[in-house]
Design a protein around this ligand. Sequence first.
Ligand code: SF4
Length: 328
Amino acid sequence: MSTQQPILSVRDIKVEFQIKDAKGWPWTPPRSLKAVNGISFDLHAGETLGVVGESGCGKSTLARALLNLNPANSGSITWMGQEMQGATDAAWMAVRKDIQMIFQDPLASLDPRMTVAQIIAEPLRTHHPDMPQDEVMDKVRAIMGRVGLTAHQINRYPHEFSGGQCQRIGIARALIQQPKLIVCDEPVSALDVSIQAQIINLLKELQAEFGLALIFIAHDLAVVRHISHSIMVMYLGRAMEFAQKRALYEDPQHPYTQALLSAIPIPDPELERCKVIQLLQGDLPSPLNPPSGCVFRTRCPKAQSACADQVPELRATSGGSQAACVLI
Ligand code: SF4
């Protein structure tokens, strides 16, 4: 555990959307969708927080709230000691030099009308409009080389690149201002497995070289294992378990984490044959109508009647993690 001050502290943030029923009457009041419901964590320089959960659990909304792209309705976001919740657009603009984002669909996240040089240089043009062109291009070439692209690709367009190369362009764009934190929103979900490993290894190398903090979002605990120092498992907007990597993978405490881990294939045929897979029944409930009490109870193999009555808070467990379950 780091003794330094965290660069990012998030406390009890909530992001809520008002959804109008398309089939309802004009006077029917909108319904509230709590996409992120009381998430807290600290992140230190050089560390990676993995955020895992099924589609619709709120992890991308959480990522966007950290950059004020979907502003949080309540709670606290402290960046380098500065409270950002309710901060002005100018204050957020200044912070965005230090917090960058990488997106899930590498090709869709790049403007097809811009060359690679223009795409990678865009953050410099926004935050340093007076920087001489030669200096901008030197920085673009240097960062292209660092992420595994070559200088002769500088005037090409995104459609001329593979998915993995497009993600390298996205990483170069995020890195060119030497940020302190990169929020990676499912950066490898759309890539082949072999390319996923290349991108994860590249992010680890860049983290070691630049002391970057990363928030790495994925829907699969296998993907975040190699890059994360700590991991948060989310379900319907809430944190189910939060733990250091070793504690989570060796001694998962929450029934949801246990089910997610049991679904990861083991590369040993003997062990894989003996493994008990904890299948989750049904689909994720609608976040517009979440279950009462523990939001996981409709799919939890250990659910009891008491689980419908109270919303379990994250509590320290004997395994060293924090889990939100009445059994703990
Ligand atoms: S509180 Fe109940 S339903 Fe929720 S995870 Fe624990 S046992 Fe399962």
